[in-house]
Design a protein around this ligand. Structure first.
Ligand code: ADP
Ligand code: MG
Length: 327
């Protein structure tokens, strides 16, 4: 079974940044409003994610680390409508099978907190009492220490940290009301303050994608046929510095999606006669049963029930937005 976990880990966990992604999604699922991420040596030595969420009951600690606990899915019907970010119940077991993992947690109103430690093996000791404020801290040390073939593939500290920084940025842009910090080797690198009003939200977008992007960005806001798109689209005059300033969220989850890429390219072609891939931060809100955001284990791809409808909605909305500012 531990081998099964390690194989699953290969599918879901390919580098420190994927650990951070899974841990952050768990914290969000637990209703956290504040998350602090501490990284040492690009994550290969330590990744610590502390949240103020709902915590884990003592008796569920071991369960959280065993495969397919699937606590978030109450029935099969729920699979149809996955509101929370994760439902596979394999991230923590996978991570635990390839690292030294410690869970420390305390539920609201509980007298004491609890800690459970793993050392990459299948069995865990008993939870021990531990001091912890409400919420959960997950510590992942020495990632891949017991899978040398994978450890060898870790890149330079700077590279791995860069991937982590990008994962944190994606989450930060998906939840404006979340307070989030990222520290590397003892230094705070990013401090994402909760943004309650429109001005603060714009500051947050500027923090994530740059002031140059935001100052010229076209504001997008349109709803039709049960679809609601809002956000910021890069102005034709803005040439993005990095290749990857494309943030697209479906019901709060960042996805990579060909339907959107195509709609964006087409909109630019229609208005500006070239099919550039611009920078954007876009949020699509829709009926969760009309889209499958869990089509892939790393959960970045989506399956639409009516991709044509979504495509045409995106295309027309973006085209109209672009036409408003046509140079
Ligand atoms: P899932 O797909 O359910 O997210 P995971 O393996 O990622 O599976 O997590 C296993 C379970 O551990 C979760 O379903 C949840 O009950 C619990 N859990 C993990 N992280 C946290 C957290 N930060 N706060 C509260 N509960 C958590
Ligand atoms: Mg999860």
């Amino acid at each position: 079974p531990q081998l099964v976990n390690q194989i699953a880990a290969g599918e879901v966990i390919d580098r420190p940044a994927s650990v951070i992604k899974e841990l952050l999604e768990n914290s969000l699922d637990a209703g956290a409003t504040r998350i602090d991420v501490d990284i040492e040596q690009g994550g290969s030595r330590l990744m610590r994610v502390r949240d103020n969420g709902s915590g884990i009951a003592r008796d569920e600690l071991a369960l959280a680390l065993s495969r397919h606990a699937i606590s978030k899915v109450a029935s099969l019907d729920d699979l149809e409508c996955v509101a929370s970010l994760g439902f596979r119940g394999e991230a923590l077991p996978s991570i635990a099978s390839v690292s030294r993992l410690t869970l420390t947690t305390c539920q609201p109103g509980a007298m004491a907190g609890w800690r459970l430690q793993g050392d990459g093996r299948e069995t865990f000791g008993q939870p021990e009492p531990a001091a912890h404020p409400q919420g959960t801290t997950v510590e992942v040390r020495d990632l891949f220490f017991n899978v040398p073939a994978r450890r060898k593939f870790l890149r330079a500290e700077r590279t791995e940290y860069h991937h982590i920084d990008e994962v944190v940025r994606r989450i930060a842009l998906s939840r404006f009301e979340l307070s989030l910090t990222l520290s590397h080797n003892g230094r705070v690198q990013a401090d994402w303050r909760a943004a309650a009003d429109p001005a603060a939200r714009e500051r947050r977008v500027a923090q994530g994608v740059g002031t140059a992007f935001l100052e010229q960005a076209i504001h997008v806001e349109h709803a039709a046929a049960g679809l609601h798109l809002h956000g910021w689209l890069g102005a034709p005059t803005y040439s993005r510095a990095q290749t990857d300033q494309q943030y697209f969220y479906v019901n709060g989850r960042m996805v990579r999606d060909k339907v959107l890429s195509h709609a964006v390219r087409l909109a630019y072609q229609d208005v500006l006669y070239h099919g550039r891939q611009p920078a954007f931060v876009l949020f699509l809100e829709m009926d969760p049963t009309a889209v499958d955001v869990n089509a892939h284990p790393t959960k970045a791809e989506v399956r639409w029930r009516e991709s044509r409808l979504v495509h045409d909605f995106l295309h027309h909305t973006l085209k109209d937005a672009l036409a408003r500012v046509r140079p």
